[in-house]
Design a protein around this ligand. Structure first.
Ligand SMILES: NC(=O)c1ccc[n+]([C@@H]2O[C@H](COP(=O)([O-])OP(=O)(O)OC[C@H]3O[C@@H](n4cnc5c(N)ncnc54)[C@H](OP(=O)(O)O)[C@@H]3O)[C@@H](O)[C@H]2O)c1
Length: 321
């Protein structure tokens, strides 16, 4: 971890008296967001358990397993949870979107949500909150000047459909009187994993350029802030509903790529990579790279969350230097 992140993590305040320490179960807690969230929650004095497809040894968290397709789950995981954070899901950016892969992308989020709901209903009458990930793909992958906010309707494409089903699965928890919150997440920035690791490579080789028109918005969020928003929703028990998880700054793909090249001290003069080449390379998934509209962070800020990284250059400098 870089030194600034270490300092920031040291600064994360322990849970105060009115924020009792809690047992938090994280599905997909082995992923990019889950690993960092686990560390931050433990630093704050909470106890973390992870629900995973495979049992792992850890001195930080207890591991429980589930087999979503066969509706099997270690119910102990659920019985003791005060809060469930649902992050599990097949990676949308990996593998071509064949019909098999599309089904996996949906089932890993929706069948898993249903299994959690049925198990909580049976085994945990005291669950305090269910906090689920969703994605900004909810609004549809289109390039417009409109800034989307939480009250906007879902789009009509594959990712919008995934997010709608994912959110509907989470919202079942309201039937049980459980506080339910959803975070529509933007592109999470971290050095080692996720989209940034892929975007850096051509720039490091000095062949950085914008993708497609370059005008498509790139709503991003620093890993520390997305974890910060999860903690904000975990610890503030009056907060519920849907929140966009994106930084306040609005950058399009060209601005993003230029800033990345600047922070890496690399040239940025190659012509834009034409859309057809990206479509050839990625297939239908190319839409993730080629389309995007600005997304508002106003609601989460008004709920009291203070971003640590509001500006792209500062976020990238923290992550990369
Ligand atoms: N990172 C981003 O930029 C971003 C942006 C928008 C939304 N999100 C959403 O936020 C959530 C967490 O993101 P992340 O970046 O931490 O994800 P990640 O690194 O891809 O990790 C997700 C976890 O989900 C579990 N998983 C993977 N495939 C699965 C499958 N087929 N069935 C069930 N579980 C599966 C894995 O845990 P086990 O191997 O332990 O089971 C994995 O560690 C995801 O749902 C993601 O879609 C992320």
């Amino acid at each position: 971890m870089n030194p600034i992140a270490v300092i920031l993590s040291r600064e994360s305040k322990p849970a105060t008296c009115n924020q009792h320490t809690m047992n938090i179960l994280i599905t997909g807690g082995t992923g990019l967001i889950g690993k960092r969230l686990t560390d931050l929650l433990i630093e704050k004095g909470h106890t973390v358990s992870i629900l995973s497809r495979t049992k792992k040894q850890s001195d930080k968290a207890s591991f429980y397993t589930w087999d979503i397709a066969n509706k099997k789950i270690e119910s102990e995981a659920i019985k003791n949870a005060d809060i469930i954070v649902h992050l599990a899901g097949a990676n949308v950016g990996e593998g071509r979107w064949t019909s098999k892969r599309k089904k996996e992308i949906i089932d890993s989020r929706v069948q898993s949500g249903n299994l959690l709901f049925q198990t909580v209903k049976k085994h945990n009458p005291n669950l305090k909150a269910f906090i689920s990930s969703s994605a900004i793909g909810y609004y549809g992958m289109t390039t417009t000047d409109k800034t989307f906010s939480e009250t906007d309707k879902p789009g009509f494409d594959f990712l919008a459909n995934v997010c709608l089903k994912w959110e509907n699965a989470a919202e079942q928890f309201k039937q049980l009187g459980v506080r339910t919150a959803i975070i529509r997440t933007g592109v999470v920035l971290d050095t080692n994993e996720g989209a940034l690791a892929k975007l850096i490579t051509p720039i490091k080789f000095g062949i950085g350029s914008a993708l497609g028109s370059g005008k498509q918005a790139m709503p991003w969020i620093h890993l520390e802030d997305i974890c910060g928003i999860y903690i904000h929703l975990i610890e503030n028990n009056e907060l519920e509903g849907t929140f966009n998880g994106v930084a306040p700054s609005k950058d399009n793909n060209e601005e993003f790529s230029k800033t990345l090249a600047f922070v890496l001290n690399k040239p940025f003069w190659f012509p834009k990579v034409p859309s057809f080449a990206i479509r050839l390379l990625l297939g239908k998934q190319a839409v993730i790279a080629l389309e995007g509209s600005p997304i508002s962070s106003k609601k989460v800020e008004e709920s009291g969350y203070e971003f640590r990284f509001k500006e792209l250059k500062i976020a990238l400098t923290d992550i990369l230097n």
